[in-house]
Design a protein around this ligand. Structure first.
Ligand SMILES: [Cu+2]
Length: 174
């Protein structure tokens, strides 16, 4: 007996239930695809930002200038900076701290500048659900408006070495 090609339509046509399943899977893919840009605007977890090139020394100078201009106390040896509403606010990440402590007002909008002086750090706000990656060499500017009073902790969420778990900063909202 030789092997012969089968003639005609020998396969079973795609079943209706399978077509429906494929349509649902395709629709779900498209919904998830659309969610990526939509969540950027609606979800508020990954904020919009501006980026500029900056060296560690330049950025550190800006942060220190901000501390000199609006220092309003100390917290565990860290300066507490209370900038005027609407002002540019500078915070830096380095091994292993967020510096300085910021004091902001509820309902006011600030331009929050972030950069790292050494490695990649992650700016994540606890207990809020906001995450932002901070790379050295770049100055990020986020437009932020605190909506609740209280203390927010800035927790590093990119592993950056032995002191990573202690890298916690603070933003006070009044
Ligand atoms: Cu870290």
């Amino acid at each position: 007996m030789s092997i012969q090609a089968l003639r005609g339509v020998w396969w079973r046509k795609v079943d209706r239930s399978e077509k429906i399943w494929l349509a649902i899977a395709l629709a779900w893919c498209l919904i998830l695809f659309a969610m990526m840009p939509l969540w950027h605007w609606k979800g508020g977890q990954n904020p919009s930002f501006e980026t500029y090139r900056v060296t560690a020394a330049e950025y550190q100078a800006k942060v220190e200038a901000g501390v000199r201009a609006s220092k309003a106390g100390e917290d565990h040896g860290f300066p507490v900076v209370a900038p005027a509403p609407g002002a540019d606010v500078y915070m830096l990440a380095r091994l292993w701290q967020w510096y300085p402590v910021l004091k902001l007002r509820k309902g006011e909008t600030y331009r929050l500048h972030l950069s790292s002086l050494d490695l990649v750090h992650g700016f994540s706000l606890f207990p809020l659900n906001l995450n932002f990656m901070v790379l050295p060499g770049y100055e990020y500017v986020l437009t932020v408006t605190p909506t609740e009073k209280g203390e927010i902790y800035t927790v590093c969420n990119e592993f950056c070495g032995i002191g990573h778990h202690q890298m916690v900063g603070k933003i006070i909202v009044e």
